[in-house]
Design a protein around this ligand. Sequence first.
Ligand SMILES: [Zn+2]
Length: 436
Amino acid sequence: MMLQARETRVARQEALLKECSCLICFTMNIAGPYKISDCIEKAYSEGVSKILLMLQQYGIEGIKTEQYIEKTGVESYIALQRNPLEIKRLMVQIEDNFELGRLFDIDVIKPDGEKVSRADIGMDGRSCMICGSDGSGCARSRRHSVEELQQNFIARICNYFNNQYADRLAQSAVKALMYEVSVTPKPGLVDRENNGSHKDMDFYTFINSSAALYDYFKKCALKAVELSDKTPQHIFNNLRYLGLEAENKMYQYTCGINTHKGAIFSFGLIVAAAAYLAENGKKATADNIMKICSQMAQLSLADFEDKNAHKSFGKQLFEQQKIKGIRGQAAAGYPAVKPAFELLKECLNKGDGVDTAGAKTLCLLMSQLEDTNVIKRSDTDTLKKVQQKTAQILESDNFAEEFAALNDEFVKLNISHGGCADLLAICFLLYFICEE
Ligand SMILES: [Zn+2]
């Protein structure tokens, strides 16, 4: 079958070479016999798009493109009216510098049917994909077994796509934090106009902290992929340490101010849940993500029952009034996020600006959530009054003005809805993960 495939390939090339002065032939550099898998096909598509993008960036148009995805392998041809040496120089850049490039064979064929070699453009041959020494030497002496080569090949592809998704999740997370702090007005909270009830932090404190957390979000996603065959609770136990690391980093970047402790907790869960779902072949919808978060966060509630655990404000509040704060929200699958996320989606989809959509969502959260940050700086009566007031404003025809005017009142009361702000950030994060 492989011999037959080789003959077919030569015939295809000969036919195409009659029509052009330069032929790109792209195949995957896989040792031994192999079956086409999803993973190989995905890597192959990535290769095709990198080649097309490179040609496009140099203003080079193909006169004909052919693609074959068959049992014996994947291959694609691009026929060009160009100097083969010029094209080889471009293709070598992909082979040498794109992360999956070592797995690609991008041959450039001259009209006489000969390949342009690396030596033709003054370059050394390729190094071995396993040990890094001279590649043709390893191939000639069969230094690495076919199994070893194939394992390495698959591992590289998996790493590449996992990393790519983890990067996307981390980008969404940082973006969500920046959107949240940027939404203006946010009465009592830091926004682009003022610092609300806060004297120790401003807009830039939040930017510093958001940028510092990129790494943490990516690690959470990769940890969930690594442990994707384990239970969500098992993953949660392994996220705790990453969370502590992230808190330390946040304090370093903000000179000791707590900007994102709540977000570190919730975003860690959400990013990990999304990666966990994807790795298990399930769709990362908001509902699915919340379900996994709830399973993960059961363990965090157990701390409340532990009489020897550190007495945080959250724990005291739980003992006195059974208010569970962000951990309770997480363990219940973020019930307060659900209506808020729906409202944010509705506003953005109907064309509201980010400020308007964000402010309305925040107002809804303020009217519904038992925000422990508010209780901490005042009392439960104040919280109840503020809940009623924001519920009225949400329905008002004069929403924008009335909501903005709350700032003076909240500053006088010295209250700040930090918990609501965290949930608003969660709504943005879900929007970026599930809707973009
Ligand atoms: Zn080698």
